[in-house]
Design a protein around this ligand. Structure first.
Ligand SMILES: Cc1cc2nc3c(=O)[nH]c(=O)nc-3n(C[C@H](O)[C@H](O)[C@H](O)COP(=O)(O)OP(=O)(O)OC[C@H]3O[C@@H](n4cnc5c(N)ncnc54)[C@H](O)[C@@H]3O)c2cc1C
Length: 586
């Protein structure tokens, strides 16, 4: 190990440290990129895939650089709930007397039968090679995370993630934040819950600290834009091109590049390849504005010949893929994530949002002021919390026992207004002052984002409809529609029956101003398809051949529809393990 690779610390020291390497390179081949930095393994993205990949490669003696597009580390993983379904016989499962095995994990995640209450099979289309590798590395990944400082809540693993994260038996553990500051507030959690709550802060802060201690170099505000192969579209991967504050720089990877770029959900054109309805107005992707899933990993890999894989998984109506917003009145309404003024991204989030406790307090209307569904209706129901109580892995009886419920709140919201546009347009929650009082909301900044058009207030419904103007409201809301909708809804409250959409016993009239309109458009969450990988997490091309020196994991990789952290951390572990075994290419 050369001394320079053991240096801890800031990116500013790097140019000097790596200058010798880049000069040598320039002398040998004039046409080759001007390599500013060099490492054995270059990891793209500092999230749930990137950190385990970097640590695993570093443990094997490689020098490692992690580049991160944002000014901060952790990706969506640090924003996450930290619920970690890693099984297969972990020390924690053994400690609590739970029997598990890699074969059991494999069987759960290749279950062809119906898992979700709306009839969707979560795992039917998973790639067996990818899942076998996951199953075999699941428990070692968990022990590895513990070794690098992750603390899980000291209680028996549970089935909270249920069959929807492939857990037919208790596997889910929860990462405790301990004394780390939460990225949501900038402050540590209440001392009373630091060891018992679950958050991605508890997963990622320890891994980042361990990586820094081991001399892994982080280059923030470096966005990978290109992957460089030896001969354009063939030959081994030699490094990457990144954009650092408008400047293009090249980073050499002697052994391998690992993509942990987190998926494609923020990229409108890319996500519409899977579902044309997902147009621009779905601008509140979960986990943003902390980091973005802009498909840059997938696009760079495709540009050098990579194949995509397992595409059905990105369109299925799985539990959290698209969610009903849990908070309203701001751009980012994901149910389990709030950014508060102490967060370093609060200036990008703009507001905290108003949490909706009871959907009886609002009606939701489309951009022309019409209701479209029962507001209390759920999102796609998955078997997350045992909604299919008699569920038996791999049994046709799951389908037979199903009480079909298509749960169409989301599909109804995205149906559109019949003007030929593919997206549904903004959805607005409409309510009056009495609802504000019942919900105990304080509908002013920073709780709502009126400045950027995600929240409106007016004394009359007429005025309210006229005020709704913002980027995604592509047609004016006809005031007469909104007034008629509210009048009709109020009549349903009198009758105790919603004869349009069957909202159970509509409770409250919307009758006395001020009146409000709050952004309540569905939120996009997971990416479940990406580039094709094999059992070693090596990226494959359209012929199924390995692209030498390129690895991928997590939400940017395809063939595996499991939600979340277990998939990403384990695939990062696999990628780091095999990348370290690569020969040096230059
Ligand atoms: C609010 C929320 C709650 C969640 N809760 C849970 C949970 O409790 N349990 C669970 O299992 N899962 C959960 N998830 C899902 C889980 O966080 C993700 O599936 C996981 O983090 C994906 O890992 P990843 O490595 O693919 O991407 P990420 O963790 O998002 O990391 C990707 C990183 O790559 C960076 N990047 C992207 N492109 C580039 C580029 N071109 N150059 C440089 N850097 C780049 C990004 O900025 C980001 O930092 C949650 C997600 C969210 C948003």
């Amino acid at each position: 190990m050369k001394r320079r690779h053991l240096i801890k610390g800031a990116s500013t020291t790097l140019a000097g440290l790596f200058a010798a390497d880049s000069m040598a390179k320039n002398q040998t081949k004039l046409s080759s990129p001007h390599w500013i930095h060099t490492a054995d393994v270059v990891v793209i993205g500092s999230g749930a895939t990137g950190l385990p990949a970097a640590l695993k490669a570093r443990e094997a003696g490689c020098s490692v650089i992690v580049i991160e597009a944002e000014s901060h580390l952790g990706g969506h993983a640090i924003c996450s709930g930290g619920n970690l379904p890693l099984g297969g016989g972990t020390s924690y499962q053994k400690k609590w007397g739970i029997e598990d095995s890699p074969d059991q994990v494999f069987n759960d995640l290749t279950d062809w039968s119906v898992v979700s209450a709306n009839g969707f099979p979560d795992y039917r289309y998973n790639d067996r090679e990818v899942i076998r590798a996951f199953a075999d590395h699941c428990a070692p990944t968990f022990e590895f995370l513990l070794k690098h400082g992750v603390v899980v809540v000291d209680k028996a693993p549970d089935t909270r993630g249920g069959n929807s994260v492939g857990s037919s038996i208790p596997r889910e553990m929860h990462c405790a934040p301990m004394d780390w500051p939460l990225i949501q507030t900038g402050q540590p959690a209440d001392p009373k819950v630091r060891q018992s709550m679950s958050t991605g802060n508890g997963l990622m802060h320890p891994l980042i600290a361990s990586a820094k201690k081991l001399g892994i170099v982080f280059l923030t505000e470096h966005k990978m834009e290109k992957i460089i192969r030896k001969d354009g579209n063939s030959g081994a991967v030699l490094g990457i091109e990144a954009n650092h504050k408008g400047q293009k720089i090249h980073i050499k990877a002697k052994k391998a590049v690992i993509l942990g770029t987190g998926g494609s959900t923020s990229n409108v054109q890319f996500r519409r390849m899977f579902d044309p309805r997902l147009t621009e107005e779905y601008c509140g992707v979960a986990g943003t504005p902390w980091s973005y899933q802009d498909a840059s990993g997938e696009l760079a890999a495709m540009e050098i010949g990579a194949s995509l894989w397992g595409l059905f998984n990105n369109t299925g109506e799985f539990g959290s893929g698209i969610t009903k917003p849990g908070s309203i009145g701001g751009q980012f309404g994901y149910v389990n994530l709030r950014f508060y003024p102490g967060s370093e991204v609060f200036h990008k989030a703009h507001s905290i949002g108003l949490t909706v406790k009871d959907w009886q307090n609002v009606i939701t209307v489309n951009m022309i002021g019409q209701r479209f569904y029962d507001e209390t209706g759920p999102q796609y129901e998955s078997d997350n919390y045992g909604v299919n109580p008699n569920y038996k892995p791999g049994s046709y009886l799951n389908a037979k026992n199903l009480k079909w419920n298509p749960n169409n709140y989301l599909n109804a919201a995205m149906a559109g207004i019949g003007d030929g546009h593919n997206g549904g347009g903004p959805i607005w929650a409409i309510f009056d002052q009495a609802a504000v009082e019942r919900e105990k909301w304080d509908p002013i900044a920073p709780n709502v984002d009126a400045e950027r058009g995600f929240f409106f207030k007016a004394d009359t419904l007429l005025e309210l409809a006229q005020k709704i103007k913002m980027e995604h409201q592509r047609v004016p809301m006809p005031a007469e529609n909104l007034m008629k909708t509210v009048e009709r809804y109020n009549s349903f409250v009198d009758q105790g029956v919603d004869s349009d959409f069957g909202k159970p016993k509509p409770k409250y009239k919307i009758e006395k101003g001020p009146f409000y309109a709050a952004w309540a458009t569905p939120v996009l969450h997971d990416t479940r398809a990406g580039v094709r990988i094999n059992s070693k997490a090596q990226v494959c091309d359209m012929k199924g051949e390995v692209i030498e020196g390129l690895y991928c994991g997590g939400e940017s990789a395809g063939g595996f529809s499991m939600h979340g952290l277990a998939r990403a951390t384990t695939q990062g572990f696999i990628a780091g393990k095999y990348a370290a075994l690569e020969p040096q290419k230059h």
